[in-house]
Design a protein around this ligand. Sequence first.
Ligand SMILES: [Zn+2]
Length: 62
Amino acid sequence: MTCHCDDNLVEPQDACPRCGQRHVDNLIWIDDGQRVRCATCLFVYTPPALRREGGDDHDQQP
Ligand SMILES: [Zn+2]
């Protein structure tokens, strides 16, 4: 693959906090889009951008 793929990089704040992976092909959405698993180091995290969006629903605990 040629690496002219800046379009396929997530925002720096959404990168894997463990290894810094930013390529969307290596960041796999799991749990119905609530979390991301890094294919490089297998770390699972919630991207800050998503947390910001759904961060106010503390009164909607299951
Ligand atoms: Zn990682």
